[in-house]
Design a protein around this ligand. Structure first.
Ligand SMILES: C[S@@+](CC[C@H](N)C(=O)[O-])C[C@H]1O[C@@H](n2cnc3c(N)ncnc32)[C@H](O)[C@@H]1O
Length: 162
């Protein structure tokens, strides 16, 4: 598992201190298990007044910035409400298997306020849904970090997961 390198790509800066503090805490805890990089790409302004075409354009521009941060060898997991749900044990096993079977560079991608572009979804090797509820993208980063930490604790057989 130590060969696994995790990258979490998010759109826009995290403004609230309570999110950054939580994310930093899980990043610190994860140091014992894997290298975890947090990558932010610039967001586009997305006022309520945007037309459908303009919204697609915002997602396309943000998506191009995301794709620039992805290497050909990365195994990309796109976070999407309509994506694939699994329980924490299955998620943990998938991470372990990716490390074991030739995909140690695992990149998670979280969309901006309008979501991910079709180009990013096409590049994704897999999707991950946390259920049908819409979570704010900043909180999503924190929740994802906790689940990644949980996965490593499960795989290490440590008493965290109940
Ligand atoms: C505010 S949401 C975007 C909402 C947008 N209407 C959509 O359908 O993608 C921002 C990002 O957070 C992530 N996200 C939010 N809720 C999620 C969930 N329940 N499961 C997986 N990802 C989620 C997705 O990556 C999404 O692109």
């Amino acid at each position: 598992m130590n060969n696994v390198h995790i990258k979490v790509i998010g759109v826009g800066k995290i403004k609230e201190k309570y999110f950054t503090a939580g994310i930093a805490e899980y990043q610190k805890r994860l140091r014992a298990f894997a290298k975890v990089d947090l990558v932010q790409v610039r967001d586009e302004k997305a006022p309520e007044s945007l037309s459908a075409a303009e919204m697609e354009q915002v997602k396309a521009v943000e998506g191009a910035r995301i794709l620039e941060k992805i290497k050909d060898s990365d195994w990309v997991i796109a976070l999407a409400i309509e994506g694939k749900q699994r329980d924490s044990e299955v998620f943990a096993k998938e991470i372990a298997d990716l490390g074991t079977y030739g995909h140690p560079d695992i990149t998670f991608v979280i969309g901006g306020s309008l979501g991910l572009s079709p180009a990013v979804m096409q590049r994704a090797n897999d999707t991950l849904s946390f259920g049908k509820l819409t979570l704010p993208h900043q909180l999503m980063r924190l929740v994802l970090m906790e689940q990644i930490y949980r996965a490593f604790m499960i795989n290490a057989g440590r008493p965290y997961h109940k």
